[in-house]
Design a protein around this ligand. Structure first.
Ligand SMILES: Nc1ncnc2c1ncn2[C@@H]1O[C@H](COP(=O)(O)OP(=O)(O)OP(=O)(O)O)[C@@H](O)[C@H]1O
Ligand SMILES: [Mg+2]
Length: 390
């Protein structure tokens, strides 16, 4: 390997390690913050329902709710960037996804753009939402770099990297779908290159919509989580090309599950396990508002006990909501394992604010029928329960 190749690889490794460490920190903060946000949002929701529509305080609650939604977006960005946003994968065509995003992001801008694609592009297995975030960020960057006009060229192609070429090079050996976004914008000065993937690194005017320095941080983290690779090449005053490599999927396209909301059945019995007091009380209030009868447990052990007692008494719970992570005692996964043993037909939803655990993506493998990501609102809770009880 040439010396400058080695240096480049070392720099990439250092960068990856640094980003991983920031990711852990960001994920931790996002977790605690999310729990608090859940309580704030839920209580605003409940207060809105309790006072008359014309009440003077409604306006303040609406403003508070708007701010909560902005804060939720921000924590979501942190979670996607941190190790927390484990991908929920489905099989898709990258060309379709990228074209859709380009339509949305670039159509409204004044920038000229074109998209070219391989006729027989391999499918990929990716988290569609996360990938949308990635390409939205990359295309926004391309558009923002070309305030004086120019062309954005997007392409998708199949790339196979064989063992001999792959040695010590990222991406390694394998079949990839490569997406390139080339702009003719201002380019990135050499001295900024080591920082472009850092969260909060931005050379733009900082606002709540742009200039947070999150676009490339999220792209890097999501692509790494998909075992892919992202490269940025830039020539100042000429333009920038970002190339993303995503591992190609092996087998055939499968059918995806559809969302079928049903009306809630009143007075069904729900067992909730949540170790923190404020969220626990809030979930209980929300469920009672939806017309359910609710029992609560402080940890997994208590949830299993209550479930077992209810089975013995012939008053079984219609559904169970289990918090994934508890500070002490039995967690949601273990509790689910035991409850499933008592009743293999249990309808259970796993809830968590921090989706690091694989279970938040592979919930069905553990016997859960749905996931609720905190902070969730009344509507999301209703939909999840309607589905669980249908
Ligand atoms: N296509 C590009 N052309 C020129 N500079 C770029 C390009 N993409 C990224 N950059 C540089 O990298 C920085 C970081 O990009 P990133 O997308 O992470 O954050 P941002 O665009 O500044 O903020 P946000 O994406 O949160 O709105 C940018 O501020 C810019 O300096
Ligand atoms: Mg950006």
């Amino acid at each position: 390997m040439r010396d400058d190749d080695r240096k480049k690889l070392e720099d990439e490794l250092f960068n990856a390690k640094k980003l991983e460490a920031i990711g852990v920190l960001a994920g931790g903060i996002a977790h605690d913050f999310n729990n608090l946000l859940f309580v704030i949002m839920g209580n605003i929701n409940m207060a809105q329902l309790k006072i008359e529509r014309e009440h003077q305080a409604q306006r303040h609650l609406v403003e508070a709710e708007k701010a909560c939604l902005r804060a939720k977006d921000l924590t979501q960005k942190f979670i996607t960037f941190s190790s927390g946003g484990g991908p929920v994968k489905c099989r898709i065509s990258m060309h379709e996804l990228v074209s859709n995003v380009a339509d949305l992001v670039l159509r409204s801008s004044m920038t000229a753009w074109e998209i070219k694609g391989a006729a027989e592009l391999w499918d990929v297995e990716v988290d569609e939402n996360q990938m949308r975030q990635v390409f939205t960020g990359l295309m926004e960057n391309a558009g923002e770099a070309m305030s004086r006009g120019g062309l954005i060229s997007i392409s998708t192609e199949n790339v196979e990297i064989d063992g001999t070429r792959a040695e010590g090079i990222d991406p390694g050996e394998g079949r990839y779908v490569k997406v390139s976004i080339a702009d003719e914008g201002a380019g990135i000065p050499e001295e900024n290159m080591p920082y472009i993937f850092d969260p909060y690194f931005s050379t733009k005017y900082r606002g709540s919509q742009k200039g947070m320095g999150f676009g490339l941080a999220i792209a890097h983290s999501v692509i790494k989580k998909h075992n892919g690779s992202i490269k940025v090449e830039s020539v100042p005053h000429k333009g920038t090309t970002v190339s993303v490599f995503i591992p190609a999927a092996a087998s055939k396209r499968g059918a995806s599950a559809s969302l079928r909301p049903h009306a809630a059945s009143p007075r069904k019995r729900i067992l909730v396990m949540e170790d923190e007091e404020m969220p626990r009380e809030l979930i209980q209030t929300m469920l009672e508002h939806l017309g359910y009868e609710v029992d609560t447990a402080l940890d997994g052990r208590q949830a299993v006990e209550l479930y077992s007692e209810s089975l013995d008494a012939g008053r079984n719970y219609d559904a169970v909501i289990l918090d994934l992570a508890v500070k002490v005692g039995m967690d949601g996964k273990e509790a689910m394992h035991r409850i499933k043993y008592l009743n293999p037909k249990v309808r259970a939803i796993v809830s968590s604010g921090y989706s690091a655990a694989a279970i938040m993506t592979d919930y069905a493998d553990c016997g859960f029928c749905d996931v609720l990501k905190k902070p969730y609102d009344l509507e999301a809770l209703k939909i999840a329960l309607d589905r669980a009880l249908s």
